[in-house]
Design a protein around this ligand. Structure first.
Ligand code: MG
Length: 155
């Protein structure tokens, strides 16, 4: 068994909504990012790559590559699942924590969970997603950005 850890953060700028866990959440912000800025999926992919000792998403999907401009991060997640499989591993479970002061994420968590599970061809109970705030402290608390942490166990 192998464990991996991932972290990602993106800045919020004025816009028409954000994508988190493959789910579009309407709000008055968007992510400033080369891809769709889905920090949840980015943290998860880095946890999976870390567990398999396969580098990081910056190496696999460089933000200088125009192919990845505005890309749906779920497509990248599919690729990472294929790398993990090729390396001979299967995902046992993943646990993700999103840190956001705003918007309120709890109503969207079940749809994020089913998006990820179906994208990864995993059982729902292997993908855990939690959300928290930092009580108005720091960059997430000031609504300057959103970040996510993830661990993933492979066997
Ligand atoms: Mg990112």
């Amino acid at each position: 068994m192998r464990i991996g850890f991932g972290y990602d953060a993106h800045r919020l700028i004025p816009g028409e909504g954000i994508v988190l866990g493959g789910v579009h959440i309407p709000c008055e912000y968007r992510f400033e990012a080369h891809s769709d800025g889905d920090v949840l999926v980015h943290a998860l992919m880095d946890a999976m790559l870390g567990a398999a000792c396969l580098g990081d998403i910056g190496q696999h999907f460089p933000d200088t590559d125009m192919r990845y401009k505005g890309i749906d991060s779920l497509l990248l997640l599919k690729e990472v699942c294929a790398y993990v499989k090729q390396a001979g591993y299967t995902v046992q479970n993943a646990d993700i924590t999103i840190v956001a002061q705003y918007p309120r994420l709890s109503p969207h968590i079940p749809s994020m969970q089913s998006q990820l599970a179906s994208c990864m061809q995993q059982r729902l109970d292997t993908i855990s997603i939690k959300a928290t705030t930092e009580e108005h402290m720091g960059f997430t608390g000031r609504r300057e950005g959103i970040c996510a942490y993830s661990v993933c166990l492979l066997a």
